[in-house]
Ligand binder design. Structure first.
Ligand code: WTA
Length: 631
């Protein structure tokens, strides 16, 4: 841990105050007071929030905490799609636009709340007709699109557990996720659009499910009407399924603790864990954090640039914007195609008020120069969000000045797949410190501790932990309760986020980075062991070790150390082949940019690869304790 200390600028102390009009409009103006009250009566606080949503049956008890297992809104019955759709329609807002879909070519498609419900109902009916029922799993491998949102909501409507897999993942990653969840069906599309090209998705699904005989159906969004589903009864055309099953589908009355979805995320082992979220707590927590942190109001236009394949997409493209009843922009494509001003063009065109993105994108767009955003009218913006990795003060200031034009606030939201919703951030009415995420959200008690759980003095780097349960916390890891319990048992019975952080004298928390062997490449979580396992699939490779190296734009890039079979000569050709192997198994985001061929890897006497030794050597840092090194 000591290595990190020197890298960190602990003295970032600059405070920036929010503009008066933003404070005036904010739902909550007195963070400190509300926070204090929320800690004194955590359950009362969340009960009040939950009252804003619709329940078929009210809960008997707000929280049942049976360490480390929590149940929230015990006995309550609800359906998140009812709160996301029907509730607004009943309140006369059916004609309001729910999503504006845009792509790289300027194509646009709008869907109102009523139209969205109609599609969701029809697909939910269709899924039922295919034999799917509450508790079954369906994997979704889709482009960032309205069709993807409809697929997720149709599952949630009838209690089917969705497991969305990011469409940038390849065959191996998809196979593992489908097989672990034992999905009965997969919903996919013929392709996704990226940089003017069509990236095929269906062929990847077909390879991934080759040996999985429990998959009953593959439902395909046949984007160019190629008739791809005609070949076999197993294949079903998504649009036809919707068309043929129109009509009401009453929402399943879900118990608060009924599973809503599984989302796989990388950890320290080679196999990603299936983070399980349930219905009631997730709904309440995502709804309220979006409302307060983004200060969502009735007429807001909101744009989160994430992909539905990540937790940010689940919580803050799909569920929370809908439960809050706002209009969202959803884009299929990359931020620099067809030109590096495309995002600002759309902010201008759709008069976006709240814009939520990742530091890696900001750093990338910064490089194209200040003139690019300067060409657009960005005066509609009020709140700028950041998520996924620490935002360095330089990128923070660029975002603040060139996008926000010093009239906006930045909310730097720290959270995880596991936490389900925002945990640490400043709210819009509160002073910001560039480079520091901010303060714990209401009811959350965060601390920075050592390995034994002792709190560390201000400005000291240690483990970031959460001391209490919260409504949208993960409930378990699918099929692996031991892994779940580890989150709470590793450090003194508090939730260990596996991040390093420090807290300053004012209580602002700065996130330093991951404490475990997880990389953050362009804000995406990638496990070192996952990449290593993919590399050794290459027939010439014996072993591999992977580390992250600092990268000015992506935060980290992947470097691999590879041991070849005896007699195999290292070559550039071989490097390319290894990169291709990783691309095929995991996907482009996991490709090691640098590869070094080595004779052997540093290991502990028990045979574990000591990645920190490689990292220290590579970055010229102190190697630290070597007592466990093999030789
Ligand atoms: C990192 C993404 C610094 C952190 C929502 C965490 C951040 C991991 C921030 C979770 C932030 C997320 N500042 N670091 N504002 N937000 N992280 O599960 O290391 O994809 O543990 O969830 O991203 O990544 P995940």
């Amino acid at each position: 841990m000591s290595n990190y200390k020197d890298e960190v600028h602990l003295k970032v102390q600059e405070k920036i105050y929010p503009p008066e009009d933003i404070v005036k409009r904010a739902w909550i103006k007195d963070y400190d007071e509300v926070y204090k009250r929320s800690i004194e009566d955590r359950e009362g606080f969340w009960a009040e929030v939950a009252e804003e949503l619709h329940w078929f049956r009210k809960w008997d008890k707000v929280l049942e905490w049976n360490f480390p297992y929590a149940k929230w809104f015990v006995g309550g019955k609800t359906n998140i799609t009812y709160n996301a759709l029907d509730r607004h329609i009943k309140n006369g807002k059916g004609d309001k636009i729910a999503y504006i879909y845009v792509d790289e070519d300027g194509n646009e498609e709008k869907v109102t709340y009523s139209e969205l419900l109609e599609k969701v109902n029809a697909l939910a009916n269709g899924l039922k007709r295919l034999g799917l029922k509450k508790g079954d799993r369906v994997s979704i491998y889709m482009p960032n699109s309205i069709e993807a949102v409809v697929s997720m909501l149709a599952c949630a409507r009838i209690g089917v557990i969705h497991s969305v897999v990011f469409a940038g993942f390849s065959e191996g990653a998809l196979h593992m996720r489908i097989d672990d969840a034992k999905a009965s069906a997969v919903i996919t599309a013929t392709y996704t659009k990226r940089r003017g090209r069509k990236i095929p998705l269906l062929p990847t699904v077909e390879k991934a499910i080759k040996d999985l005989d429990y998959i009953k159906n593959v439902i395909v969004w046949d984007r160019d009407k190629e008739g791809v589903t005609d070949k076999d009864d197993k294949y079903v055309d998504l649009n036809r399924l919707i068309e043929e099953n129109k009509g009401e589908c009453s929402p399943e009355e879900m118990d608060s603790e009924d599973p809503l979805f599984i989302l796989y995320t990388s950890g320290t082992t080679g196999k990603p864990k299936g983070v399980l979220h349930t219905t009631g707590g997730y709904m309440v927590n995502t709804y309220y954090t979006a409302k307060i942190v983004f200060d969502l109001h009735e007429d807001d236009i909101y744009w989160c640039t994430a992909d539905i394949g990540w937790i940010t997409g689940h919580s803050y493209i799909v569920y929370a914007p809908l439960t809050n009843g706002v209009t969202s922009v959803i884009m299929e494509g990359v931020p620099v195609y067809p030109h590096p001003g495309i995002w600002w063009e759309y902010v201008d065109k759709y008069r976006v008020n709240i814009f939520y993105t990742a530091p890696t994108a900001i750093r990338m767009l910064m490089r194209f120069g200040d003139e690019i955003p300067a060409k657009y009218d960005l005066s509609s913006l009020r709140i700028l969000g950041s998520v996924g990795e620490p935002i360095n003060p330089e990128a923070w200031h660029w975002y603040y000045e060139h996008i926000g034009r010093k009239r906006c606030v930045i909310v730097d939201t720290w959270w995880q797949t596991e936490t389900g919703s925002h945990m640490i951030t400043t709210i819009p009415s509160y002073p910001m410190k560039p480079g520091k995420a901010g303060k714990p959200f209401f009811t959350i008690e965060a601390a920075v501790v050592d390995k034994n759980g002792n709190e560390l003095p201000p400005n000291t780097v240690g483990y970031l932990v959460i001391k209490n349960p919260w409504p949208s916390m993960l409930r378990t890891c699918w099929g692996n309760p031991e892994r779940y319990e580890k989150y709470w048992k590793e450090i003194d019975n508090v939730y260990n986020a596996d991040d390093l952080a420090s807290i300053d004298e004012d209580g602002y928390i700065m996130i330093v980075g991951r404490a475990d062997d997880v990389l953050s490449v362009a804000g995406h979580r990638i496990g070192t062991m996952e990449v290593e396992s993919a590399i050794v699939e290459h027939p010439d490779v014996v072993e591999a070790a992977v580390i992250g190296k600092p990268d000015p734009i992506k935060g980290q890039k992947i470097k691999a150390f590879v041991v070849l079979k005896v007699g195999v000569e290292p070559s550039d050709q071989l490097k390319k082949e290894i990169q291709n192997t990783v691309r095929e198994i995991l996907g482009p985001i996991a490709i090691p940019e640098e590869i070094d061929f080595v004779d052997k890897l540093p290991k502990t006497r028990s045979g574990k690869i000591m990645r920190r030794v490689l990292r220290a050597q590579e970055l010229g840092l102190e190697v630290g304790d070597l007592s466990t090194l093999e030789d």
